[in-house]
Design a protein around this ligand. Sequence first.
Ligand SMILES: [Zn+2]
Length: 141
Amino acid sequence: MNVDAKRVLEARLARGWSQEELAAAAELNLRTIQRIERTATASLRSKRAVADALDLNIQDLDDKESKMSTCPECSSDQVFQSADVVDSTTIGGELLPKLSTGRFSSAKLRPVICGDCGLLRFYVAQESLQKLSSSKHWNRV
Ligand SMILES: [Zn+2]
């Protein structure tokens, strides 16, 4: 499941802990902590252990940018979110015109895939969403 890796890192550093120290406190392998901070994913058990070690609620470690934590198609929790956003020009031209903050006209998208049924969704980056209401290229329906 998805984990707010930034929150884990901030809470760990706020305590002055190394990854080794967090691993010891959570009774997890160092490699598990490294993977959580690098890939922003963890098993429910590891997520709970890290939350407990950092005196956080497990909900505090939910990735706020993650829109899909369970698959709406098959209800699986094996959902994977890309760590990177992709430019919509790379997946077929001007899919979402004029929503870029940069010099390109198309928006940044974050892909999310269900690891069981293969459902793929793209979520438009927040910076692009904020442009929707004032854009003359997009009309509210
Ligand atoms: Zn699915």
